[in-house]
Design a protein. Structure first.
Length: 75
């Protein structure tokens, strides 16, 4: 009877540890979105590359920024 109690307690403890470990590996939706969202610096770097590809012509900064955002979000 004492062995049954020890086995039951061991199973309960193992189950708790397993679910706790699972919770640690799961990311919340906010963490997933943050991981997928490019930083401002990444967008700026790529937008500057697009600007350079156009020969440093002015007047399309917003389009370069949006294009950079979309390119980084797609990858």
């Amino acid at each position: 009877m004492a062995e049954t109690a020890k086995t039951t307690k061991a199973r309960a403890t193992a189950g708790t540890t397993k679910s706790t470990a699972t919770r640690k590996t799961k990311k919340t939706v906010a963490e997933q979105v943050t991981a997928m969202t490019p930083t401002r610096e990444e967008i700026a770097r790529l937008a500057e590359q697009f600007w350079a590809e156009r020969g440093w012509q002015d007047g399309m900064a917003e389009q370069d920024w949006i294009r950079a955002e979309q390119a980084l979000m797609a990858s």
